[in-house]
Design a protein around this ligand. Structure first.
Ligand code: HEM
Length: 433
């Protein structure tokens, strides 16, 4: 079945290829394993690279019978084209395939949901904190955080990897950026709410709350922490990002509390959960591909950077972002109308056979692994923390595989039900003490 932009479903004509094996608008689709979902994206890439879909079965704002659907872009090239074209594709109408109420977007998305020049004005306040050069100066501190975590877990011999390591590492680093003490109640809230606010569809994170309430409540928990620190730093600035932001001026004016709060809910969620899932995928992939682990261990320093790129390509921790067309246009000859939602499926671009040879293979020596879209497709919203994210994953792998080279899965990883993050809810592992 194909869905047209007018909402009609068209049965296949005799001789037509049957439709995709799965329905990306169905919530149940996102409970399936990643590799099974990839079969649907592979079908779309091959048969209908720009395809129209009914609205997602949203639990945030359930669709009405006349709610519009969305275009799915599944080719690497098309995602890049849209990501790099702010004139024709805006972020101001929402950034994921589901709709949030506008008030929530304003309160929580900050410059992620702004076009230039507003976007650039706000982004530039923090971008200086995350340049590759500045990130490099944090290298030994970040390695120290990873080493401490291994010290804390090594004698256990087994455990749940996200709780022991993947969640802790970005959590501790971002506690520092937020100006809260590692191990404090505030640091725990930041780690916990970062996970839950981006997994509203997963009952293990929603804990009986409805989806919108889950998101809003977790955003509020994170913002309360940031605002409490901001209050302190107004009079007594310290060496943290909150002080920087509180005293920064945008167009000659200080930011208001709600702007600071939105800013930190974007940063906290964008930095923590993405890195946590990437670290978990790294250990999962090396555990499932011992030949690749052997290659990595053979020349760790020479191969780790490319291995990180291949982990990011193969697992694509952030699976999509959305834009909305500002005017009538065309993609691959398909008519797109002003106001249409256009979803860039990075998880599909990262498996595009026209860019990556044998894309399902996990190959840490792959020559063009870095062409992945895990940090976005190159436009104005390209990940501000890409250098830091890469560095955290590298440091994590170094600490883990120098001390626990035989760490391996001790059971099936539990993957989140989530169309946005390729999230790992929990992952049992064991290693020699
Ligand atoms: C492996 C870890 C990470 C992954 C996979 C990741 C992925 C992404 C993606 C896909 C985007 C959106 C690009 C788009 O709209 O197309 C993004 C944006 C962003 N990321 Fe990351 N990210 C990671 C780590 C971080 C870190 C450590 C930070 C902390 C500074 C961060 C902060 C941000 C911010 C602030 C944005 C919004 C940028 C804008 O709108 O201009 N990310 N990230």
């Amino acid at each position: 079945m194909t869905t047209t932009r007018d909402g009609a479903t068209v049965p296949p004509l005799p001789g037509d290829t049957p439709g995709p094996p799965g329905d990306i608008s169905a919530r149940s689709f996102w409970a399936k394993p990643f590799e099974e979902r990839e079969q649907t994206f592979a079908w779309l890439r091959a048969n209908e690279p720009v395809s129209y879909h009914r609205p997602y079965e949203s639990t945030l704002v359930p669709p009405e019978p006349d709610s519009p659907g969305f275009w799915a872009l599944t080719k690497h090239e098309d995602c890049q084209l849209v990501s790099r074209n702010q004139e024709d594709f805006t972020v101001t109408q929402g950034v994921i395939m589901e709709d949030f109420p506008e008030v929530i977007v304003v309160a929580s998305h900050s410059f992620l949901a702004m076009d230039d020049p507003e976007h650039n004005r706000l982004r530039s306040i923090v971008s200086r904190a995350f340049t590759p050069r500045r990130t490099k100066t944090m290298e030994s501190w970040i390695q120290g955080v990873a080493k401490d975590l291994v010290d804390e877990m090594i004698d256990k011999g087994e455990g749940e990897f996200c709780e022991l390591f993947a969640k802790q590492m970005p959590g501790r680093i971002f506690a520092h950026f937020f100006g809260v003490e590692v191990g404090s109640e505030e640091a725990e809230i930041l780690m916990d709410s970062a996970e839950k606010m981006l997994a509203w569809d997963d009952p293990r994170c929603a804990l009986g709350r409805d989806a919108l309430f889950t998101f809003a409540e977790e955003v509020e928990r994170m913002q309360d922490v940031a605002l409490a620190v901001a209050e302190l730093r107004r009079d007594e600035p310290a060496e943290d990002l909150v002080s920087w932001v509180v005293h920064a001026e945008v167009d000659g004016e200080r930011m208001e509390d709600w702007e600071i709060a939105a800013f930190f809910s974007l940063l906290g969620s964008a930095a923590n959960d993405t890195t946590r899932h990437s670290l978990a995928h790294a250990v999962r992939l090396f555990s499932q591909h011992p030949d690749q682990l052997a290659l990595l261990l053979e020349d760790f320093d020479g191969r780790v950077a490319n291995a990180v790129e291949e982990v990011l390509r193969h697992s694509t921790p952030v699976q999509h972002f959305r834009r909305t067309a500002t005017r009538d246009t065309q993609i691959r000859g398909v008519d797109i109308k002003a106001g249409d939602k256009v979803v860039m499926w990075y998880c599909s671009g990262d498996r595009d056979e026209e860019v990556f040879e044998d894309p399902g293979r996990f190959d840490i020596l792959r020559g063009n692994a870095r062409s992945h879209m895990a940090f976005g497709a190159g436009g104005a919203h390209f990940c501000i923390g890409a250098a830091l994210g890469r560095q955290m994953i590298q440091a994590g792998l170094r600490a883990i595989y120098t001390r626990m080279p035989d760490i391996t899965l001790a059971g099936e990883p539990e993957i989140q039900i989530n169309h946005f993050m390729h999230g790992v809810h929990a992952m049992p592992v064991r290693w020699s003490r």
